[in-house]
Design a protein around this ligand. Sequence first.
Ligand code: GAL
Length: 346
Amino acid sequence: MSARILLVLVSCALSVITGLVIARGGAGGGKTVRQRPVIGLSMDTLKEERWQVDRDLFTEKIKAAGADVLVQSANSNDAIQLQNVESLITQKVDALVIIPHDGAAMAKAVKLAHQAGIPVLSYDRLITDCDLDLYLTFDNVKVGELQAKFLAERIPAAGKLRLIRIYGAKTDNNAKLFKQGQDNVLQPLIAAGKVEVIFEDWAEDWKPESAKKITNAAITKNGPNFDAILASNDGTAGGAIQALMEEGLAGKIIVTGQDADLAACQRIAQGTQSMTVYKPIQSIATKAAELALKLAQRKPLVAKDAIPNGQVEVPTVLLDIVSVTKENLRETVVKDGFRKEADVFQ
Ligand code: GAL
């Protein structure tokens, strides 16, 4: 048995046992690795506050490690994101980090990268239906469960919580995972008649204005006869709360969120939003920089989990999250240095 076959068998055995991932490379395009690696970062958008923080922290960590980053943002346009990836491949980056607008549309980008011998890390959102190298994200199902548990703990004694549900972008695999987590908690309560969904819809591209329209439509159909809005992130929560303000309902309706945006933390302090889910961007950006550099330098790395993407079981690193309410704002986002107390409680 040749040494190469023996090596492959041993590394496969090792990777199964320890979640060890032997970085791709060499396959296709015979790519050599630079002394000072260059990482390509292809982003869906910079319109939400959190993505600007992800970009800045990731860039900072890569530079601190003696490497460089090329950033491209696609403004939620799939054709532009594919062009961005093609241009990063042409610039011969050593590894690619992609935050897909549409997880399925970026499968082609992964194939193009592999033809050039470039490994791909999918950041926060999953790229589906391709031989993806690595996935790094938060526990997205748990995000939905925490949002729904917050509501479950506030079912009116009189018996039933009347609920508007605002899901995220249909193009975003995360939006489906958040909904799955929410359903895990809500379905039994709906079956028991303790929760009634009076209106539900998906917010195109996570736009706050889409969430406002959904809330306006729900109020037009049902009047003010509801108790809560299950908004899947802070951007959509903000849009929904604008609609509530117009009806003099802000602060009277429970509203969930995600991302601990500054505006959301301020709304929670004021009482117009009820909770958010804090996903420490410091941890995902730092971990992504570490993993991207290992991929770029073709070094082995550990990924303890695996998530199916429709083609392969993608080696995955999952990060934890925290539920944030008025009661623990200081112990969570302020203590972590993510938000300043003065900014939150202005
Ligand atoms: C999701 C992400 C959330 C949210 C949303 C909108 O994929 O996990 O944090 O902000 O996108 O950008």
